[in-house]
Write a protein that binds this ligand. Structure first.
Ligand SMILES: N[C@@H](CCC(=O)N[C@@H](CS)C(=O)NCC(=O)O)C(=O)O
Length: 219
């Protein structure tokens, strides 16, 4: 079956924000219908994982007709191409690739902090002193453009928004020093569908898997 934006797609993941929420934010913004499958751990590891025809079985997964994808960035980029949210000029593509790397660095630091901290409160203070260069860079980057690749919305804006939401929830003080990021967050929040989703009961309450030191899924 051909992919079509009118057809509903299927998105599966745990019932947490984790790696899936930037994808959901994009879907909600463009108004793409989707069925969200909150996966059950016993079923997933008990057989579902290897029964779905996924070439690299993992979570999140996306099914759109014959298209079956895993890897959160691959899913986000696929949907971005489908809905025209990718860079088109060479200059935008350079910005897109660079910001993609910056956001993955932020995601890795975040993952270490929330999953591997011995003492979360202590590590958080250290994090706010030592791990903010990329936030400082983005604050400057966004001083003269509305979105991360210029003045046209890009799929990475949903990835950045979700990261800002997580950091703001875990350490509200962090964003106080970055006025452009605060304005950007407000701008993103006011995009069609975004605030509606984030304040709806579709948006999972928990941020991370059950083993996390912050925002852990309640079992
Ligand atoms: N690089 C992958 C990482 C995927 C991943 O680690 N998924 C975790 C949740 S965040 C999981 O529980 N996967 C299910 C599994 O390992 O079977 C991505 O970006 O999608």
């Amino acid at each position: 079956m051909a992919s079509n934006s009118q057809n509903s797609v299927v998105l599966g993941y745990w019932n947490i924000r984790g790696l899936v929420n930037s994808i959901r934010l994009l879907l909600e913004h463009v108004g793409q219908k989707y069925e969200y499958q909150a996966v059950d751990g016993e079923k997933w590891f008990g057989g579902q994982k290897h029964s779905m025809g996924l070439p690299f079985p993992n979570l999140p997964y996306l099914i759109d007709g014959n298209t079956k994808l895993t890897q959160s960035r691959a899913i986000l980029k696929y949907l971005a191409r489908k809905h025209g949210l990718v860079a088109t000029s060479e200059e935008e593509m350079q910005k897109q690739d660079m910001v993609d790397g910056v956001l993955l660095d932020i995601q890795n630091n975040w993952g270490r902090l929330v999953y591997a901290s011995e003492d979360f409160e202590q590590e958080k203070q250290k994090f706010m002193k030592e791990k903010v260069d990329n936030f400082r860079g983005l604050d400057k980057w966004l001083s003269n453009q509305q979105y991360v690749t210029g003045n046209k919305l890009n799929f990475l804006d949903f990835a950045l928004l979700e990261q800002l939401e997580g950091h703001a929830a875990a350490m509200p003080e962090l964003l106080n020093q970055f006025p452009n990021l605060q304005k950007y967050r407000e701008r993103m929040m006011n995009l069609k569908g975004v605030k509606e989703y984030l304040t709806s009961d579709r948006n999972p309450e928990d941020w991370n898997g059950p083993q996390a030191k912050w925002g852990a899924m309640k079992m």
